[in-house]
Design a protein. Structure first.
Length: 287
């Protein structure tokens, strides 16, 4: 029997594999997996494409049959009892044992970047010399301005270096200035985070080394960080006064991290994350 191949697509490679296994009704061990396309997020969500995989069913080789020697007729033996399949015992795992809080991680990019023809290349540490810094500032500024221009906006970039809280090394800081740039920020800075991700991705792929780049629009991130810190302190005072915990509105990971930082040394309250995905938020409780 020839091998049977089927193609499936979904938003991610893993989702496409899971969908294929579901439709074929087999386990992962029964198929050979070939990734045809890893998918693309597009530019700020525009032009994204699904991942595609090909699943090929593994077919066991037929067992060779031997011609039996002639024998005298014997009574037909009773059929042997059919062995019942062993049902594996599933171990129950609490969700809390698996959950990993990402709030203390950087907002939208971690570690090295790989992909395309450069996959497998090593990414070197950030060159903190003046020449290395100027090279990154110039390259990142050029890419950022080209991105903004393609969006039909006019802006300038103030480039430099600054120390981000909880970061061991200084980051390259690019601040866009101009008129009517509010669309580059988006709700809770979501558009700005996407732009920052793309600039980091392109620069690190170009230079083949890890560089922490922060993109801002007219100092928005500093103003937002101050606003979140003040709100966190007000809510902490409310928790201390009433003795009741308070849950803040859902926030992206980078903003939840700012709340954690603002209250981590508070003598009377502590913070924890609750909820899932886009509904994940911070809860402030008494210690």
């Amino acid at each position: 029997m020839s091998e049977q191949s089927h193609e499936f697509s979904a938003k991610s490679v893993e989702a496409a594999i899971e969908e294929g296994l579901r439709q074929l009704g087999v386990g992962r061990e029964r198929v050979e997996i070939e990734v045809l396309h890893e998918g693309s997020r597009g530019l700020l969500g525009i032009g994204s494409t699904n991942a595609r995989v090909r699943l090929t069913l593994r077919v066991a080789a037929p067992t060779a049959k031997s011609t039996p020697a002639p024998v005298t007729a014997k009574p037909t033996p009773a059929p042997a009892p059919v062995a019942q399949p062993t049902v594996p015992v599933m171990k129950t795992v609490e969700i809390g044992d698996l959950e990993e809080d990402d709030d203390e991680q950087t907002d939208d990019f971690a570690g090295s970047v790989s992909g395309g023809d450069d996959e497998g290349d090593d990414y070197h540490a950030y060159d903190n010399s003046a020449e290395g810094r100027d090279e990154v500032v110039a390259l990142a500024s050029e890419m950022l301005l080209e991105m903004v221009s393609l969006m039909g906006l006019d802006a300038q970039v103030e480039g430099g270096q600054r120390q981000e809280e909880d970061e061991d090394e200084a980051a390259i800081y690019l601040n866009l200035i101009g008129n009517d740039l509010g669309d580059l920020i988006g709700r809770h800075g979501e558009t700005l985070s996407s732009m920052q991700y793309l600039v980091r991705l392109m620069v690190n792929q170009k230079l083949h080394r890890w560089t922490n780049i922060v993109v801002d629009v007219d100092g928005y991130k500093d103003r937002r960080a101050d606003k979140l810190a003040q709100m966190a302190l007000r809510m902490a005072d409310q928790v201390v006064e009433t003795g009741k915990s308070v849950a803040l509105e859902p926030m992206p990971a980078n903003e939840r991290r700012l709340i954690h930082i603002a209250l981590r040394n508070h003598p009377k309250v502590r913070t924890e994350s609750i909820g899932e995905d886009t509904r994940r938020k911070i809860q402030i409780l008494l210690k």
